[in-house]
Design a binder for this molecule. Structure first.
Ligand SMILES: [Zn+2]
Length: 333
């Protein structure tokens, strides 16, 4: 028998996109999600955070591959649509919360960027945003190295990937946030109202826990953690941990998910602080599967759209030797 693996799927937006105010948002369609919720238990043993950790630490040997479903950013649809579908099938989802969005009524700049792009179209948004930055005197290079951008944003076109990378990693957060907030207010209205519609609140998160779901941290402000100085990093992660402990039902195991998630988005300081706070494991977005004995603070994940292809690739001899993700899925069609 081959060694079972742990596959961790990453989800963000899961919505009936054509019928929403922002059909251009990139996410998984609710119907596709529903199909996955029915199909995955036939391919995998569905994991909980407890069984996943037991497997990773060599205390549990499942008969077949495990699959853990994880959801980043604490979006309202995770409460309203995703949790009922999972609860009905007895599946545990793990949800990672951005505490500032719940506590302070802010929309994370990474999400403002998505919604402005969807609302205005990429070209118009990009030129309006860069104009504001120029007016604020930002002189820097506006075209970061393409290969780095595409590694971080493999699903976007080259120019969108480059813009997102500039936005999330290169620009000084303060001026970027002033610029994007001004545009957000102008085109999409009140930020606090928008945040209330976009994110789960603490009461909803507790309800999800009572439905069998598990919660985890995703930082307070969703900044790229490796770019923060130690005091700022420590303050952000501590605030996130404290709010989660204050508002949520106690859990045996608390997981964390790194914002952005590639291996260069966090560092040794990040891991050290997370351990000290009491997190037991942390998930990145480097693609791959997981085996017992692996570093619990760099658990690999697979984009939700690739999870079924990944199962076949591992289980059918035909797929042996094919690339990890993406192309395997296209071959199946
Ligand atoms: Zn995120």
């Amino acid at each position: 028998m081959t060694q079972p693996l742990l596959h961790v799927a990453t989800y963000h937006y899961v919505r009936d996109l054509p019928r929403t105010r922002f059909p251009q948002i990139k996410g998984m369609l609710l119907d596709d999600f529903r199909s996955q919720v029915h199909a995955l238990p036939d391919m995998f043993e569905m994991a909980t955070i407890e069984s996943a950790v037991a497997f990773l630490t060599g205390k549990y040997v499942p008969r077949r591959d495990l699959c853990l479903m994880t959801f980043d950013d604490g979006l309202k649809e995770h409460y309203a649509q995703v949790t009922p579908l999972l609860a009905e099938r007895g599946i545990q989802g793990v949800f990672f919360l951005i505490s500032a969005c719940m506590e302070d009524g802010v929309v994370a700049p990474v999400h403002m960027n998505h919604f402005l792009m969807a609302h205005l179209g990429f070209r118009t948004y990009q030129s309006e945003f860069l104009r504001i930055l120029r007016e604020m005197g930002f002189p820097g290079e506006t075209k970061p190295d393409l290969s780095v951008c595409q590694r971080t944003y493999p699903l976007d076109t080259a120019e969108v990937a480059q813009f997102k990378y500039l936005f999330n990693f290169v620009l000084p957060a303060k001026s970027r946030d002033i610029g994007v907030r001004a545009l957000f207010q102008k085109h999409l209205g009140d930020e606090a109202d928008f945040a209330r519609e976009l994110y789960v609140n603490w009461g909803e998160a507790r309800e999800m826990q009572r439905e069998g779901m598990a919660m985890g941290g995703h930082s307070h402000q969703h900044r790229p953690l490796a770019t923060l100085r130690y005091p700022e990093l420590s303050a952000d992660l501590t605030r996130n941990w404290d709010l989660i402990q204050k508002h949520l039902v106690p859990q045996e195991i608390w997981p964390f998910s790194y914002p952005y998630g590639k291996s260069d988005s966090y560092n040794r300081n990040t891991v050290e602080i997370l351990r000290q706070l009491g997190y037991r494991l942390a998930l990145c977005t480097e693609a791959g599967n997981n085996l017992p004995g692996m570093d619990l603070f760099s658990i690999r994940r697979i984009d939700c759209k690739d999870i079924t292809a990944n199962a076949y690739r591992h289980q059918l001899p035909y797929f042996a030797g094919m690339p990890e993700t993406g192309s395997a899925k296209r071959e199946l069609r």
